[in-house]
Design a protein around this ligand. Sequence first.
Ligand SMILES: Nc1nc2c(ncn2[C@@H]2O[C@H](COP(=O)(O)OP(=O)(O)OP(=O)(O)O)[C@@H](O)[C@H]2O)c(=O)[nH]1
Length: 364
Amino acid sequence: MSSTFGTSFPKEYQYGGESSEPDSQSMVASQKPRILLMGLRRSGKTSIQKVVFHKVSPNETLFLEATNKIVKEDVSNCSFVQFQIWDLPGSDHVNIFDTANFDTESIIMGCAAIVFVIDAQDEYTDALAKLHTTVSKAFRINPDIKFEVFIHKVDGLSDDHRIETQRDIHQRANDNLADDGLENIHLSFSLTSIYDHSIFEAFSKVVQKLIPQLPVMENLLNILISNSGLEKAFLFDVVCKIYLATDSSAVDMQSYELCCDMIDVVIDLSSIYGQRDDAAFDEKTRSTIKLNNGTILYLREVNKYLALVCILREDSFEKQGVIDYNFMCFQQAIQEVFEVSPTDTTKLAISTSGDYSHTNGSVN
Ligand SMILES: Nc1nc2c(ncn2[C@@H]2O[C@H](COP(=O)(O)OP(=O)(O)OP(=O)(O)O)[C@@H](O)[C@H]2O)c(=O)[nH]1
């Protein structure tokens, strides 16, 4: 990846730009935002990590051994987004709030988000109690942490049961916080399963909250779709199939699944027929898939790790030249976004939306 990405970022939110020096690499690794995966035993934490970040198929997780120590994984080596995931054992023997054995303060201070996994197929009273202690203790140390609750394994529940479970968990978790006077803590809830795309979607939302440039990227995608006749556009991290941004229209699961599947198809085909051995995905990657309902899926590479995947009607694709031109402007704007310091908001706004609206204005 080009080293231009990540040069001007605050250290805790670095992207791309891997260092070749082992020492500085480990230093940077320790400063990367950290996502802690927590929850009771066998709630599905390791499975989630394996499926999302290691392309392990869900069935292969059936016989995973219990995690008995903290497993730290650096996601940045294979992906555009740089962060660490810590998979914490569900057993009570490893408790990061046990200050005699852990440097709790520094673990929690370096943590950007806690993903708390609850097994929805099991009785969850104990899980809610552990969620409550985790959230209240972590919040006291670091009030900036984002708390994400994955109501997991919902593949085994009927639609009605899912809604009821989510409502019940939401209510009880928030009541517990209110009882302790902690109603200002915000918990986000997602229904997830490793057997469909919901886990990728939920993780996308977790990662998006760690990206300070998200509003700018969303705005760029809004401008792109409105000037190119697109219905929906996602900016994907192709390695882990999480989307880093989308336009502001609602995400429907079916569109998201189609776009994820397209990435798989393109990567599989280019690894078989592509000319380069080192990367299935390169700067010339583009693909169009026509569906039999008059919809087109259009994929363009933005850089080695990012792809834009759009959904549009067949008749809008007649203006492919406009779409391609607008894509070029979008690609350039995205590069500029990641070259500009996010603290310098004036410069960020001028250098992205300014250039972009000008170039789009001339071709639509
Ligand atoms: N049905 C279903 N089973 C799942 C899902 N996710 C994980 N599992 C299963 O749940 C079991 C436990 O998963 P693990 O990933 O080992 O759970 P863990 O939370 O890491 O467990 P510890 O290491 O003991 O803390 C495995 O048999 C998984 O196949 C899911 O979305 N649906």
